[in-house]
Design a protein around this ligand. Sequence first.
Ligand SMILES: O=C([C@@H]1CCCNC1)N1CCCCC1
Length: 329
Amino acid sequence: QTGSANTNPSDSADDEYITSVSIGTPAQVLPLDFDTGSSDLWVFSSETPKSSASGHVTYSPSKSSTAKKLSGSTWSIEYGDKSSSSGDVYTDIVTIGGFSVKTQAVESATKVSTQFVQDTVISGLVGLGFDVGNQVSPRPQKTWFSNAASSLAEPLFTADLRHQETGSYNFGFIDTSLAKGTIGYTPADGSEGYWGFTATGYSVGGAKLNRNSITGIADTGTTLLLLPDNIVDAYYNNVESAEYDDSQEGVVFDCSEDLPSFSFGVGGQTITISGDLLNLTPIEEGSSTCFGGLQSSADIGINIFGDVALKAALVVFDLGNERLGWAQK
Ligand SMILES: O=C([C@@H]1CCCNC1)N1CCCCC1
């Protein structure tokens, strides 16, 4: 068995990717953000304060004949960007890309932070990290993918995120036609709950790859490519108008700049992110100052290969072999 779901950028800056998920009987379809950097499936619901839920599609367990309360279970999660949510737990049927998990823990939000209240294009997250990262207490729950894995043709999924166009999350199979290059594999470390891996080096423009290993995570739920300051500086030294903007909390530059590409080595392959993909968006509507897709990871303490990097590749999240595959797109 397999599943295949389309995913779309939420806005002109490719801030998030939205995928439709069907929950309950009859189906309640919610727009959710698939997040390989976390391990909880949580949704805005009939239990979310009305003022917070305004503008969001919500899940009502009371309207689903297959919903069951997971009695005594609660959840609470704080993300690296200080956003947070918490609530109680139901189980229900959850279908993604035509593949159904009958008894999936659906974490219903009774509290959501302002970042989520304001982000009305999504109604919650689907964590695609490792089960060890699940935040349900007293008994942690499995992710949708973990529940699905044993029934899928292969225990893996792929992410094909695209700039300003429809991409896909495929479950149980690899559509190699989505990639230009060969898929290179490298071990994945799931011990922290994320998809951790080590890149073997980087280069700016078409230069030769240097051999600096970079340990980080592949995170579909993070917009940017977040790397150490020495790499960020090496890149922006090639961008004449680049400067750090305190109010934007990142490097900005003239939108008219012709940005160099950025490449990293992984699994014996070289993934090259075009300069265009590294110019994320004007800092404000109509501004001629643009915000960089590559920013510093210094104050996070972990390097994150977010959507800016993932957009350049077909990425295979291979649970069965505990490895990540990367192919140039
Ligand atoms: O909370 C996160 C991210 C936030 C954005 C969405 N993906 C998960 N983590 C990953 C990086 C280390 C801290 C935990």
